[in-house]
Write a protein that binds this ligand. Structure first.
Ligand code: HEM
Length: 261
């Protein structure tokens, strides 16, 4: 039995606005499996919101060279992304046969229209490296999104590195003496790696549910569009650095695009 609340006390339902939040689950069909489909989307959108919130804090802490806070929050970001990826195996308990019984009701609704997912990419600075075509697509879908994001994680991260006076390769070499900078490098790399894993697992889930050659409700064909997005990295420099480190350690690194023998 819960105790009575006095007039100036908040209730659980009131603080969390649960009536509003939970009333958002409105299936279009009578198919019982549409419930988990909507729940998965809602859950991921709520986590996207938290990621955007924390990434903005991380950017501000980077600009103030507060690496303790940056590295602490990057740990949380990595944990949330790990959790985000786990959503795909939950959704896969909805069989393809069940999904295809209500998929037609979705008409044009697609994750492609997730504003928060695109904001995440832009806040990390993808438009700064992914080429003009990417920037045009974002601007067509969300006019003003790029201009409304004056400071990105990429810019803030490279700002910290430049002010430190150390190159990433030297930070790796001197990692125990420059532990905060090393942790920062690994923290942003981990973010990149986990978003890449989220994209890959989304693709596997899509393959399972509709196949990769079926046109999506957003109009794209998975094998062309989704497969291409797996090449989008926020910190390609840090991935590339692995080649330099391998070569320095005596490993043979083939040139990009060179056929393997
Ligand atoms: C049965 C479940 C799902 C299927 C079959 C599916 C399929 C697809 C397909 C085919 C696309 C390419 C665009 C299109 O033509 O629609 C796409 C994009 C996308 N989906 Fe899903 N999806 C599913 C669930 C989800 C869920 C639960 C989320 C969570 C937010 C999500 C987020 C996204 C995002 C963000 C994109 C855009 C990716 C990018 O532009 O890089 N999807 N999805």
């Amino acid at each position: 039995m819960s105790k009575e609340l006095s007039e100036n006390q908040l209730s659980y339902i009131g603080h969390l606005q649960l009536d509003r939040l939970l009333s958002c689950l409105q299936p279009l069909s009578t198919h019982p499996e549409e419930h988990i489909f909507i729940t998965t989307h809602h859950s991921l959108e709520i986590w996207f919101k938290q990621l955007l919130f924390d990434l903005k804090r991380i950017i501000a802490h980077c600009d103030a060279d507060e690496l303790g806070q940056v590295n602490w929050l990057l740990k949380r970001v990595a944990e949330i992304l790990r959790l985000a990826e786990a959503h795909w195996t939950v959704l896969e308990t909805m069989s393809a046969a069940d999904f295809l019984e209500f998929r037609g009701r979705l008409t044009g609704a697609s994750g492609l229209q997730s504003r928060q997912f695109r904001e995440l990419e832009v806040l990390c600075g993808l438009h700064e490296i992914a080429g003009e075509e990417y920037g045009r697509r974002v601007e067509d879908a969300w006019p003003g999104m790029i201009a409304g994001t004056p400071r990105t994680l990429r810019a803030a991260f490279f700002g910290v590195i430049a002010r430190s006076g150390h190159r990433p390769e030297d930070i790796y070499r001197n990692r125990w003496r420059q532990f905060d900078l090393f942790t920062l490098l690994e923290g942003v790399f981990e973010l990149d790696r986990r978003v890449a894993a989220w994209r890959q697992s989304h693709i596997l889930m899509v393959r399972r549910q509709i196949g990769m050659r079926t046109r999506g409700t957003g109009g794209m064909v998975g094998q062309d569009y989704l497969a291409a997005t797996t090449r989008q990295l926020f910190f390609p420099e840090l991935w590339e650095l692995r080649h330099d480190m391998s070569a320095d350690a005596g490993g043979e690194v083939v040139a990009a695009g060179e056929p393997k023998k």
